[in-house]
Design a protein around this ligand. Structure first.
Ligand code: HEC
Ligand code: HEC
Ligand code: HEC
Length: 411
C-alpha cells in the first residue's frame, strides 16, 4: 500500500515537473505577432511611416524610460529597482552593436507585443509590453520605422544585477498568468471614437500600468482596472468615470488637463507631470477627445457632477484657516483662487478631493520641484513645510483644506 501511494505521488511529481519544464521552456507561450512581419519592410514603406511613428512614439511615451536623464536620446540606461536586482532600460537607438540597429522588423514586433527580445531574451514587465501587446501591428511598424531614423548612439546598456542566470527565462511563468492571450479587440457595441480612446488609454498611453493596482505577482488586477494605485509612494488616483468625476473633471476639462498639464483641477505632479511632458501634450485635439470620451463617457459632460463641496466654517477649522492665510495664501490666494504664474488654485484642486490625504501631505512636507507646462506656464518650486510647521499645524491645515474645498471629512 505504502509503495503504491509513493508511486502515485512520484507520478504526480513527475507530471508537475514536466509541466513546469514545458512552461519554463516557453511551450505555452502565445505570440500575437503575425508571420507577415518576417518580411522586412522596403525603405520606401519605412520612410512613409516615419512621421506617424514619431507621433505614436510620443503617445506611447517611450521617452519616459528610454531617455535617461542627462543621457543621449533613446540611449536608455534608466535604472529600475526590482526585488532581486537592478534592471536598466535598454539603448533603442539604431546603433548596430549597442542599440536596435541590427534588429529586424519581427524582432521588434516580438519585443513590443510578446515581451521577448532578440534571440529569445525575455523582457521584464518594467517594459510595459503587457499594455503594448494591444498595439496594432501597423503602429508597431511605424514606431520601428521612426526609431530607425534616429541618431545611432553607441552606449552599452549597463548589465542587470540579477543573481541567477536563468531568471529572465522564468518570465514564462509570469507571462502565463499575467499576459493576455490576445491583443486589442474592439467593442462593436461602442462608437469608433470610444474604441479609439480605449486604444489610446490601454495600448499606447498604458495608463493602467500606473493607475491599476497590482496583485502579489505584480500583475495588474483586471477587476480593479484604473481604480487607483500607489506608484513610487504617490497615489495615482482612480481614473474611472466615478474617480474622475470626484476629482472635478468633465470631458472638456480632462482634454485640457491631458494636453496642458494644468487647469482648475491644479497641476500634474510627480510622475504624471512627466507623462504630460513627454506624451499627452503631443496628442491631437481629436485623440485627446477620444481618450476623454472613453474615460469619462460620451457625451456625459452634463451628467458628471464634481463631488459635493461642503464649506461650513467649523470651529475646529479656525486653526487651519489661520495657518493657510499666514503661510499659503501669499502664493495660492486668500480664497484659494490661485495666482497666475505664481501657484495653482486650491479651491478647485483635485489633490484636495482624493480619498486620502496622502498626496496632499507629500506636497506639504516635501514641496514640489520647479515645473514647466506645455502652454508656457512655468511655476517656481514650492517649498516643503516639514520644518516650518508642527505636526498639529499640518493636520489642522489638511483638515481645513479638505473640508472647506475638497468636500472631504477630517484627516
Ligand atoms: C515604463 C518604462 C518603459 C517604457 C514606457 C518603455 N520601455 Fe522599453 N524597456 C524598458 C525597460 C526597463 C527595458 C529593459 C527590459 C529588460 O531588459 O528586461 C525595455 C526594453 C525595451 C526593448 C528591448 C530591447 C533589448 O535590447 O532587449 C525595446 C525594443 C523597447 N524597450 C522599446 C520600447 C519602445 C519602442 C517603447 C515605446 C513604445 C518603450 N520601449 C517604452 C522600459 C520601458
Ligand atoms: C508613470 C505612471 C503614470 C502613468 C503612465 C499615468 N499616470 Fe496619471 N497619474 C500618475 C500619478 C502618480 C498621479 C498623481 C499625481 C497628480 O495627481 O498629479 C496621476 C494623476 C492623474 C490624474 C489626476 C490629475 C490630478 O492632478 O489629480 C489623471 C486625470 C491622470 N493621471 C490620467 C492619466 C491618463 C489618462 C494616463 C494615460 C494616458 C495616465 N494618467 C498615465 C501616474 C501615472
Ligand atoms: C512660494 C509659493 C508657495 C507657497 C508659500 C505655497 N505653495 Fe503650494 N504650490 C506652489 C507652486 C508653485 C505649486 C505648483 C508646483 C508645480 O508646478 O508642480 C504648488 C502646488 C501645491 C499643491 C499641489 C497642487 C496640485 O495641483 O497638485 C498643493 C496641494 C499646495 N501647493 C498646497 C500648499 C499649501 C497648503 C501651502 C501652505 C502650507 C502652500 N502650498 C504654500 C507654490 C507655493
Amino acid at each position: 500500500m505504502q509503495t503504491r501511494a509513493r508511486r502515485i505521488l512520484l507520478g504526480f511529481a513527475a507530471i508537475f515537473a514536466v509541466g513546469a519544464l514545458a512552461i519554463f521552456l516557453g511551450l505555452f507561450e502565445h505570440s500575437v505577432v503575425s508571420p507577415a512581419t518576417d518580411q522586412p519592410m522596403t525603405s520606401a514603406e519605412m520612410a512613409a511611416l516615419v512621421s506617424r511613428g514619431r507621433y505614436l512614439t510620443a503617445a506611447a511615451d517611450c521617452a519616459a524610460c528610454h531617455n535617461a536623464s542627462g543621457g543621449a536620446p533613446w540611449a536608455g540606461g534608466q535604472a529600475f529597482a526590482l526585488p532581486f536586482g537592478i534592471l536598466y532600460s535598454t539603448n533603442i537607438s539604431p546603433d548596430p552593436e549597442t542599440g536596435i540597429g541590427g534588429w529586424s522588423r519581427a524582432d521588434f514586433q516580438h519585443a513590443m507585443r510578446d515581451g521577448i527580445g532578440k534571440s529569445g531574451r525575455h523582457l521584464f514587465p518594467a517594459m510595459p509590453y503587457v499594455s503594448y501587446r494591444q498595439m496594432s501591428e501597423g503602429d508597431v511598424d511605424a514606431i520601428y520605422a521612426f526609431l530607425m531614423t534616429r541618431q545611432p548612439i553607441h552606449t552599452a546598456t549597463p548589465a542587470d544585477s540579477f543573481p541567477l542566470p536563468y531568471i529572465r527565462q522564468t518570465m514564462t511563468f509570469w507571462n502565463l498568468v499575467n499576459l493576455p492571450d490576445r491583443g486589442f479587440i474592439a467593442d462593436a457595441s461602442k462608437s469608433p471614437e470610444w474604441n479609439h480612446g480605449r486604444y489610446l488609454v490601454d495600448a499606447l498611453g498604458h495608463c493602467g500600468e500606473c493607475h491599476t493596482p497590482r496583485d502579489i505577482t505584480m500583475g495588474m488586477i483586471a477587476s480593479r482596472y484604473l481604480r487607483g494605485a500607489v506608484i513610487e509612494d504617490v497615489d495615482a488616483p482612480d481614473i474611472t468615470l466615478a474617480g474622475l468625476a470626484r476629482l472635478g473633471f468633465d470631458r472638456d476639462s480632462l482634454v485640457q488637463f491631458m494636453r496642458a498639464g494644468l487647469g482648475p483641477q491644479g497641476v500634474m505632479t510627480f510622475s504624471m507631470h512627466d507623462v504630460v511632458q513627454h506624451s499627452t501634450r503631443y496628442l491631437t485635439q481629436a485623440d485627446a477627445e477620444a481618450m476623454a470620451a472613453y474615460l469619462i463617457g460620451n457625451p456625459p459632460a452634463q451628467t458628471v457632477q464634481p463631488a459635493a463641496l461642503t464649506s461650513q466654517a467649523d470651529g475646529d477649522m479656525t486653526a487651519g484657516r489661520t495657518t493657510y492665510v499666514a503661510v499659503c495664501a501669499g502664493c495660492h490666494g486668500v480664497d484659494g483662487e490661485g495666482i497666475p504664474h505664481i501657484a495653482p488654485a486650491m479651491r478647485t484642486n483635485a489633490t484636495l478631493r482624493l480619498p486620502t490625504a496622502h498626496n496632499l501631505l507629500l506636497v506639504l512636507t516635501q514641496g514640489l520641484p520647479e515645473h514647466a507646462f506645455p502652454d508656457g506656464e512655468h511655476f517656481q518650486a514650492m517649498p516643503g513645510f516639514s520644518n516650518l510647521l508642527s505636526a498639529q499645524q499640518i493636520a489642522d491645515l489638511v483638515t481645513y483644506l479638505r473640508k472647506s474645498w475638497g468636500g472631504q471629512p477630517r484627516l
